[in-house]
Design a protein around this ligand. Structure first.
Ligand code: NAD
Length: 369
């Protein structure tokens, strides 16, 4: 069997604590299930800056480019607030996304039944929620040129960002959304602002044409992004897959995130285009940051990191049964009333990072037997 290569980049703050729990699962899968994962490790973010003066070293970038998948923890923290902009911790993540050409960001918002009461919405609105937000990640206003602050010479300055999308960028992200919808409820909602933005008009046209050409079996709906934000908090269960641009996706996925209760629960995947063998470059990471307020205390919730590994099993290695079992293991542990502090509820038992990881591994072992 060919090896499955994984690069682990734990990063800063709670990143390494959460990654330690994934390492236990990988060790179990290798030792007892012959999974054949070959792991390597690298530094990213503040820890890379301390060691190399860069947010990620060239050597670690090479490893990332060579690996089948990258597992990323979190970066940043007050220690590095004053470092130069080009080498700030987040620059490591942006470099990985750019060099691996990860244009599709997948963020599931799943509400585990045991946590429905932790949502800011009424339990009946979120119970059983299962949405996937597909966000374009490498184009749009975060990258468009010109991007600058110019001095107008009259005591005024002007800040400029440019929203720009080409046909191929919209086609490929729409393709990912339609393909994923086919494995779910077969419905896609595309969101833009065609009423006020030219890039929104083009987005709408290209998604419509891509649908007609190759994916007419999938149900397609268009929604203005502001109305979409409203619908997400009014009746989130109406959505299956949402596809949108970089800026709107950034905001809408954060809104969807809070529907499920805690940042500590949310995984994500970023995928590139398939190569000749059909393999996509991929990076998996929790949505949360490095949580400096709780780092080093052993109390962080490792579920977002573990669920990111489950996405890795599903999308990079086609290990669907294992991914299903790992997600089921998380649900079972939550059902049994074991909780980290961020999702603690009355009558539950509060545990730390390692104990939560061990409980999920034990449930996963049983389900895999
Ligand atoms: P954060 O996600 O780190 O934390 C926000 C709040 O949620 C904190 O109170 C934290 O304790 C809590 N939290 C987050 N993850 C948790 C978990 N797994 N278990 C329990 N509680 C959890 O966001 P922030 O405080 O805005 O940012 C802190 C640092 O992280 C900053 O330097 C920021 O730039 C960076 N950041 C990095 C990423 C990333 O690496 N992808 C993402 C967001 C923020």
């Amino acid at each position: 069997m060919t090896a499955r290569t994984l690069l682990l980049l734990p990063g800063d703050g709670i990143g390494p604590e959460a990654m330690a729990e994934v390492r236990k699962i990988i060790a179990y899968m290798n030792a007892e299930r012959g999974a054949g994962f070959e792991t390597d490790e690298g530094l990213v973010g503040g820890s890379a800056y301390d060691a190399h003066g860069a947010a990620i070293s060239e050597g670690d970038m090479k490893k990332a480019l060579a690996a089948d998948a990258v597992l990323f923890g979190a970066v940043g923290g007050p220690k590095w607030d004053a470092v130069p902009y080009e080498v700030r911790p987040e620059a490591g993540l942006l470099r990985l996304r750019k060099d691996l050409k990860l244009f599709a960001n997948l963020r599931p918002a799943i509400c585990y039944p045991a946590l429905a009461s932790a949502s800011s919405l009424k339990p009946e609105l979120v119970e059983g929620l299962d949405i996937l937000i597909v966000r374009e990640l490498t184009g749009g206003v975060y990258f468009g040129e010109p991007k600058e602050i110019i001095d107008l010479g009259n005591g005024q300055k002007r800040g400029i960002d440019t929203q720009v999308y080409d046909t191929y960028e919209i086609e490929r992200i729409a393709g990912v959304a339609f393909e994923l919808a086919r494995t779910r409820q077969n419905r896609v909602c595309s969101m833009e602002k065609r009423n006020v933005m030219k890039s929104g008009v083009l987005w709408n046209q290209v998604v419509t044409e891509t649908h007609k050409r190759s994916y007419s079996d999938v149900q397609l709906e268009h929604m203005l992004a502001d109305a979409g934000g409203m619908q997400l908090v009014r009746a989130p269960k109406q959505f299956d897959v949402i596809v949108t641009d970089n800026l709107f996706g950034d905001m809408l996925s954060d809104v969807a995130a809070m529907l499920t209760g805690s940042l500590g629960m949310l995984p994500s995947a970023s995928l590139g285009a398939p190569d000749a063998k059909g393999q996509r470059k991929a990076l998996y990471e929790p949505v949360h940051g490095s949580a400096p307020d709780i780092a080093g205390k052993g109390i962080a919730n490792p579920i977002a990191m573990i669920a990111s590994f489950a996405m890795c099993l599903r999308y990079s290695f086609n290990m669907v049964a294992d991914a299903d079992n790992l997600e089921k293991a998380i649900a079972e542990v939550l059902d049994s009333g074991i909780r980290t502090g961020d999702i603690m509820a009355e009558g539950c038992r509060k545990v730390g990072t390692a104990e939560m990881g061990d409980a999920i591994l034990a449930a996963f072992r049983k389900l895999s037997a």
